[in-house]
Design a protein around this ligand. Structure first.
Ligand code: CMC
Length: 372
């Protein structure tokens, strides 16, 4: 048996959803640069699930199906109210709440293609509301109902703040959602596929994926980037911080990638947005700090930023609490997870690799009373 640590370079499945070839990311063959500039997030969800762009009437119908499901079961809202709101990390909460949704979905255990699609719509529609309801209740505010005329991105911001967001904020969030929607066989997507390959249900797949995304080597990196920026505090302190971190063999959050070698194609879009939003909100220092960190890490280690690096300052400028950054990643990536879960069911085979055993062998059993 050959061991490849971290399964680097191992091809574990065939997928027609997204691809990374020569540092270019595509969703169903559409370059991420084109999608970032043109697509609505709802179109991207449709694209990932049905492998084609929707026609106008299909998009309208799909949006209606989503908005019709943008309401939480009363029991889930009560669960949020009764949670230790001030103590729990929103990702921990989200993982539990998604799992709980299954208890109020009569089709939770139905495994046919159409039931799985209906459940996918429900999960995609409800996940932003779990996050915004959690946020409002922990701030002592009552939840806000969606406006069915609003886009997915606009409804997220609206149900978060209770105010109609600006066009710039809506466009920025829409773009961030498009950029995070899918990413081939990343750790959380692989987790979701492993889970449902046992023929477990869609909710279990999403719950497992949220757990994997939470870690700072994956989606949790965007919140960690913001901690780093807050800790550094000023552009004049960047060089010392990066020198110390690299000398102490620490990872700089928001840099590096398992698959990309010459840079993450999503990062430039977030960098551009960060520059624009930092200027608009008079937080130039934040962008200057980020940009100096990028130059310094490139200079010393030649490692470019990934999608998480500039998304931190983008979300900060949208006045989003820092511990909601990773939940926003989850809201977007749910579209990709669901696409992969549906693809896994279609032509499923159990995913069960092997381990190279490194423990002791030929041990002799000793009765309990004789053990020293
Ligand atoms: N800061 C400093 N050095 C780094 C970094 C970093 N962020 N990333 C990689 N390196 C170095 C690492 O020290 C190692 O150097 P050496 O060979 O001299 O020991 C080399 O690059 C290879 O690193 P690795 O950890 O073996 O690479 P990996 O493919 O196992 O890990 C990674 C990829 C993304 C986990 C890693 O780059 C990392 O920990 N980055 C910081 C966390 C982060 O930003 N995660 C978000 C990833 S992208 C979005 C997402 O998936 O959520």
């Amino acid at each position: 048996m050959t061991l490849i640590r971290g399964l680097e370079g191992i091809v574990a499945t065939v997928s027609s959803i997204s691809s990374i070839i020569d540092d270019t990311l595509t969703y169903v063959g559409y370059d991420i640069d084109v999608l970032a500039e043109n697509a609505q997030f709802e179109e991207v969800i449709f694209l990932l699930w049905f492998r084609r762009l929707p026609k106008p009437e299909e998009l309208q119908d799909f949006k209606k199906k989503l908005t019709n499901e943008m309401v939480l079961p009363k029991e889930v809202v009560d669960f949020i109210r009764n949670s230790p709101l001030q103590e729990v990390h929103p990702m921990t909460f989200l993982r539990s709440a998604i799992s709980m949704l299954a208890m109020y979905d009569k089709e939770a255990e139905f495994m046919d293609e159409f039931a799985n699609l209906r459940k996918s719509i429900r999960i995609q529609a409800k996940i932003p509301l779990i996050v915004t309801t959690f946020q409002r209740l922990r701030k002592g505010l009552e939840p806000v109902e969606i406006n069915p005329e609003y886009s997915f991105a606009k409804n997220f911001l609206y149900t978060l703040t209770g105010k109609e967001p600006s066009d710039i904020a809506e466009q920025a969030l829409n773009k961030a959602l498009v950029l995070h929607a899918d990413h081939e066989l990343n750790a959380s997507t692989f987790t979701a596929r492993v889970c449902v390959a046992t023929l477990s249900d869609v909710y279990s797949g999403i719950t497992s994926a949220i757990g994997a995304l939470k870690g700072p080597l994956h989606g949790g990196a965007n919140e960690a980037v913001m901690h780093m920026l807050s800790h550094i505090g000023d552009v004049s302190k960047v060089d010392q911080f990066v020198d110390d971190a690299i000398n102490n063999k620490m990872k700089i959050m928001g840099f590096g990638h398992r698959v990309y070698r010459n840079g993450d194609p999503r990062a430039k879009h977030l960098k551009e947005m960060s520059s624009k939003l930092c200027k608009l909100t008079n937080q130039d220092n934040l962008y200057e700090m980020s940009s100096r960190i990028e130059s310094k890490v490139m200079e010393i280690k030649n490692i470019p930023p990934n999608v998480d690096f500039y998304s931190a300052s983008v979300y900060h400028c949208l006045e989003i609490d820092h511990d909601l950054f990773t939940p926003i990643f989850a809201i977007s990536r749910t579209s990709g997870w669901l696409a992969h879960i549906l693809e896994q069911y279609d032509g499923n085979r159990l995913i069960r690799p092997r381990a190279d055993y490194s423990g002791p062998i030929n041990q002799k059993w000793v009765n309990l009373e004789e053990r020293k």
